[in-house]
Design a protein around this ligand. Structure first.
Ligand code: F0G
Length: 463
């Protein structure tokens, strides 16, 4: 054993920077009040540390920007398309690739061809837009998370897995004929950023084969899932993350991918397919609604950034440093007295607000309250994943069925914040944890009928 170990270093240095705003506490209080206490209504220039999403928020590299300058904006058959295509072909092995402007456009197009009204989409957990696009296709979205996922504190390495017993029971049961697709989300964003194991992917593929159901990946964080496999499964210790990612794509019949995460770019996505007929059907829809099949709603410079981004994202040094940075933030937060969903994933940490704020009932939205306090005290923006987002309300906006947990997601943009920014986040949380009773609850003032969390307005219960 070495006498000392050095910190894990990010394999890059910073070349271009952007100032971040520092508002006074009074300015933050006014900003949040004007936003109806909904962080989605804040202006980005009112936020000091923005952990709302890891989607489209990463920093690009010099090599990506150099590629972007070479972007070929020809309407059809652009050079940039072939670069994008060849990179993804090499990574995924899929013979058919369709570019889309972001993940949900891919979901809409894929489900329109893959799912018939009345069918069921089974998943470890659907992301919210994925769920919405399944429903828009007239189908039902059903989640079958593994039982280990329900224990937020357990250190089980692959809590993102699908429940294989429930999957087999469903496929062999009375609903089996209605299952149109099994969709595995890697990593499981809806359930604590937990990874899916290769064994779980293999077993799912076998069940899908046996029951003749297509098996797809929602692979928005394909590289981060691969890294967690390398770190946590001894059988893959000697694999590169790129090899693990390629193997995961190989196990599935196709994929739908938002490249706003592991594409290391602001925009982009793709559909990968093996089936020629399904490709033809999706391509017709793509051309009618997104753009021609060699750009799919993306500019040539976007295709260039993405082609380079998917190459950089599987580099072991990059993934090791990113995972270490998130794990370090988790440690600081836990030491400050705030519990997080265990074990720490990579793209986000999930704070257990229900446990930190036991004086607030689910109807007073402890996750939302903690999120507001993070902004009021430190200018930090986060996302509630609790009863405000997932609970059931009556017509008067009263909570009738709470969410299973009251969580707050701190999403970590890629290559954007340093460990000092994260020390600041942990320090703001530590102050809240010293006196949690000062955090007030909230009530809903107005709420739209659909996609509540984006447009809901609230007011504090105290003060
Ligand atoms: N699938 C997963 C697992 C996602 O996390 C997202 C987006 C999508 C699909 C949709 O992709 O945004 O490119 O249309 N997640 C972001 C987030 C928005 O903050 O978790 P998109």
């Amino acid at each position: 054993m070495p006498l000392h170990s050095h910190p894990v270093l990010p394999p890059y240095r910073i070349k271009v920077v952007e100032p971040i705003p520092f508002l006074s506490p009074a300015e933050r209080r006014r900003a949040l009040d004007e936003a109806g206490y909904n962080p989605f209504n804040l202006r980005a220039d009112q936020i000091t540390i923005d952990l709302l999403s890891d989607s489209g928020t990463g920093a690009t590299s010099a090599a990506q920007e150099a590629g972007a300058a070479e972007g070929d904006e020809s309407y059809a058959g652009a050079r940039s398309w072939f670069r994008f295509h060849d990179e993804l072909r090499d990574l995924t092995g899929y013979p058919y690739l369709l570019p889309v402007h972001q993940g949900r456009a891919g979901e809409r197009i894929l489900f329109a061809s893959l799912l018939k009204p009345g069918q069921i989409c089974l998943s470890n957990t659907h992301f919210d837009t994925t769920h919405a696009n399944v429903v828009l296709a007239g189908a039902e979205a059903r989640n079958l998370p593994c039982p280990e996922a329900a224990d937020l504190d357990s250190a089980d390495p692959f809590k993102g897995n699908i429940d294989l017993v429930a999957l087999e029971r469903t496929l062999a049961g009375p609903d089996g004929d209605r299952v149109g697709v099994v969709l595995m989300t890697i990593t499981n964003n809806g359930l604590g950023a937990q990874p899916v194991s290769m064994a779980n992917l293999e077993a799912t593929r076998e069940l899908c084969r046996r029951h003749r159901v297509p098996f797809f990946l929602d692979a928005a964080r394909f590289a981060e899932n691969a890294w967690l496999v390398v770190e946590r499964d001894p059988a893959y210790r000697d694999w590169t993350p790129r090899q693990v990612a390629t193997r995961a794509f190989e196990l599935a019949d196709g994929c739908v991918v938002s490249l706003k995460k592991d594409g290391l770019s602001a925009i982009g996505g793709f559909i990968g397919l093996r089936d020629a007929d399904l490709h033809a059907s999706c391509e017709a829809n793509l051309i009618a609604t997104e753009g021609f099949s060699t750009y799919g709603g993306l500019a040539g410079h976007d295709l260039e950034r993405l082609a380079q981004g998917v190459r950089e994202v599987v580099e072991p040094d990059y993934l090791r440093a990113r995972a270490a940075s998130t794990a370090r933030l988790a440690r600081l937060i836990n030491e400050a007295g705030v519990q997080t969903v265990q074990p720490a994933g990579i793209h986000a940490l999930y704070l257990n607000a229900g446990r930190l704020l036991p004086h607030l009932s689910p109807a007073e939205f402890p996750g939302h309250s903690l999120g507001c306090q993070l902004f009021l005290d430190g200018g930090i923006r986060s996302a509630e994943l609790g009863s405000l987002y997932l609970g059931e309300m009556d017509d008067e906006h009263r909570l009738v069925a709470p969410a299973p947990f009251e969580l707050v997601r701190l999403a970590i943009p890629r290559r954007v914040y340093t460990d000092t920014h994260f020390e600041y986040v942990a320090s703001v949380l530590a102050d809240i944890a010293k006196d949690p009773e000062r955090v007030s609850g909230y009530r809903i003032v107005s709420s739209p009928p659909l996609l509540r969390h984006f447009k809901v307005r609230l007011a504090p219960l105290a003060g």
